[in-house]
Design a protein around this ligand. Structure first.
Ligand SMILES: C[S@@+](CC[C@H](N)C(=O)[O-])C[C@H]1O[C@@H](n2cnc3c(N)ncnc32)[C@H](O)[C@@H]1O
Length: 248
């Protein structure tokens, strides 16, 4: 049997937010490759299934390892959190294919979509992504902070709803504060800001604020921050962005 490589995402956390197609791929796999905590979310599979857990920072090494296993005839599943194509492993796999053994280009490689944190977080608070929106990662591990600032400013000026991934970590405690200050220069202080921690899990916590009052220290690496557009509003405990943006 020839090998294959499928990249999946476990969704935000709750078992029922993992798609049936992802479950089926996991059931078929001879080998699971991924960051340890993501692999831990997956119940034991077939008895002969092997797990290859690795550190979160070595995405390209992990991708190359997975491709080598598939090239050797294994049925490999690479596991990400959320959706595998959103700030996750699917890109690392294709980057490794592009730079690696030309034979890898003919492998059976698939990507299964998953529920990304932005969608799970939006559903916790209502419908803030009902109009045009964008997603920006605040991590400068793989890009310059000046690039992040340029994109934040452009997104604010274009009046997108902005979903901020990777808002903070122990190594990067100050970036969300800087990002919110930059957004305050363009957007109204009354703009709704939602801090959604552990969306789509049993431990979800939501903090709702305005841009003027938002406290960056609320966020950690399990938080998704949504900053509204000028049309985003609050009704009761819900936040939504209307479908219509007509000015008349
Ligand atoms: C490297 S990105 C991976 C995103 C993932 N592939 C996805 O589609 O959700 C990690 C960031 O996603 C966000 N995140 C992931 N799971 C989350 C959850 N359950 N609730 C809130 N934010 C989450 C956080 O901002 C975290 O720092």
């Amino acid at each position: 049997m020839s090998g294959s490589l499928t990249v999946v995402g476990t969704g935000p956390g709750k078992a029922d937010l993992m798609t049936p197609a992802t479950r089926a791929a996991l059931d078929r796999a001879s080998d699971l490759v991924g960051y340890g905590p993501y692999l831990d979310r997956i119940p034991p599979g077939r008895a002969d299934q092997q797990r290859h857990a690795s550190d979160n920072r070595v995405e390209l090494d992990r991708a190359r390892h997975a491709l080598s296993l598939a090239a050797a005839g294994r049925q490999v599943v690479v596991v990400s959190g959320g959706d595998p194509g959103v700030f996750a492993m699917a890109s690392a796999v294709f980057e490794a294919v592009e730079a690696g053994d030309p034979a890898w280009r003919t492998l059976d490689i698939r990507v299964e979509p998953g529920v990304t944190a932005m969608l799970a977080a939006a559903a916790e608070v209502g419908a803030p992504l009902g109009g045009d929106f964008c997603a920006i990662s605040l991590s400068d591990n793989l890009k310059d902070w000046s690039t992040i600032e340029r994109r934040l400013k452009a997104a604010a000026e274009a009046d997108f709803v902005i979903a901020l991934y990777n808002p903070a970590s122990k190594a990067r405690p100050h970036q969300l504060g800087k990002a919110l200050d930059l957004l305050r220069q363009v957007k109204s202080g009354a703009t709704p800001v939602l801090f959604v921690r552990a969306a789509g899990t049993a431990e979800t916590k939501v903090v709702a604020a305005t841009l003027a009052m938002a406290d960056a220290s609320v966020a950690d690496m399990r938080t998704l921050v949504i900053v509204g557009a000028s049309t985003t509003r609050t009704v009761g405990r819900w936040v939504y962005t209307p479908r219509s943006e007509r000015l008349t």
